[in-house]
Design a protein around this ligand. Structure first.
Ligand SMILES: [Mg+2]
Length: 373
């Protein structure tokens, strides 16, 4: 079970429609797929979706750091050595969570595949009967928001998340338009992706107090933990922290300051499966609820999140919606209209379409352990 080879595939995932959030617009999604192989032929797949605004990594820089700095950490490790793997990665590279996640996910996939069990079984087993996912609406006009929300509800979605955080003064109208269109048929959440000032956040939250928004996610810039705490004191609305929490130290600070009621844990921010489980347990100890979220990730990153979500008791919502936004994914998933079936099959439980990977690959790199070179 010694890890002896790895392949990096830098890809651009084609999207059904541009994804627009407060800090940018994505016409396609740059992603880094990683395949590792052991000396007895077991393979594991991982994924990194770096984002300069969230993980602080650029696409090009992440590919180079993965190839030259992280993959050499695999030298001499087996698929069972996840603890040693993270110690090594953290020793050679600070931050860079998404590429650490790629390595962590690939090793976990190979670990469970080697044991011939679905990954959630080695993460603690099944703790939830069902998982549902929200439909995510990009920043759009209030009228477009209403149309898209109505279509999503008709298609069977029971949760809708609206992206806001624009400085055009229309966010109150967007949320009110969503509330009116959905008319109680789905649960609503709002994500400002750091796009509001403290005054704007308080204004929008107060003006939409009757819109049944379950929680307002990352209203303020990531570093404004004290601001989140002040906002929290000023409103009864539930706040979720996302970009403001990457590491256990970040979460401890948010807990100490009562900066949020909930935390959105993403494998790409935390550095993979293992550190995400640490965050979930830390939040649970503080009585804080968790969501497992994602970037716009392919079937690989998405399924890693699904396995974590099924296996941890503190996780009460999920947002693993990448595959529903991707026009050509690299594996087929059974997620439909927000309902996530329990994964079957060993490891991540997906079969990668190598031809599809090749079609969207724009660069590839290889690593081999010195023992097999
Ligand atoms: Mg978010």
């Amino acid at each position: 079970m010694l890890i002896v080879r790895a392949e990096i595939h830098a890809v651009r995932l084609p999207l059904h429609q541009p994804f627009v959030v407060s800090y940018g617009r994505f016409d396609d999604m740059p992603s880094i797929l990683l395949r590792i192989v052991t000396d007895d032929g077991v393979e594991g797949w991982g994924e990194a979706v770096p984002d300069p605004h969230v993980t602080g990594e650029t696409f090009e820089g992440a590919i180079a750091s993965l190839q030259h700095t992280l993959l050499p950490c695999l030298e001499g490790l087996t698929v069972f050595d996840t603890e040693a793997l993270h110690l090594r990665m953290d020793r050679v590279l600070r931050g860079n969570a998404s590429i650490k996640a790629a390595v962590d996910i690939a090793v976990h996939d190979a670990f469970a595949t080697a044991l011939d069990v679905p990954l959630f079984k080695v993460l603690g087993g099944r703790l939830h009967d069902d998982l549902t996912q929200p439909y995510v609406i990009s920043i759009k006009t209030p009228e477009e928001v209403a149309d898209e929300a109505s279509t999503a509800v008709s298609a069977g979605y029971t949760e809708i998340k609206l992206k806001v955080g624009c400085d055009d003064g229309e966010d109150v109208r967007r949320i009110r338009s969503l509330h009116r269109a959905v008319d109680g048929r789905a649960r609503l959440r709002v994500d400002a992706n750091q796009g509001w000032s403290r005054a704007t956040a308080l204004h929008v939250i107060n003006q939409t107090a009757d819109c049944a928004v379950q929680w307002y996610e990352q209203p303020l810039p990531a570093d404004e933990i004290e601001g989140m705490a002040a906002l929290s004191r000023a409103t009864d609305a539930r706040l979720m922290i996302d970009e403001g929490v990457h590491s256990p130290a970040d979460l401890l600070r948010a807990i100490r300051l009562s900066a949020a009621d909930m935390v959105n844990i993403k494998l790409m921010k935390a550095g993979g499966i293992k550190p995400s489980l640490v965050l979930a347990s830390l939040a649970e100890a503080a009585g804080m609820l968790c969501q497992i979220g994602s970037m716009v990730e392919s079937a690989i990153g998405t399924m890693a999140g699904v396995h974590v979500a099924f296996a941890h008791s503190a996780i009460m919502s999920n947002e693993l919606v990448g595959p529903e936004m991707i026009a050509e994914d690299i594996a087929k998933l059974a997620i439909r209209s927000g309902r996530v079936p329990l994964p079957e099959g060993p490891g991540l439980g997906i079969s990668i379409d190598r031809d599809a990977v090749d079609r969207i690959t724009i660069a590839r790199h290889q690593w081999a352990s010195p023992s097999v070179r």
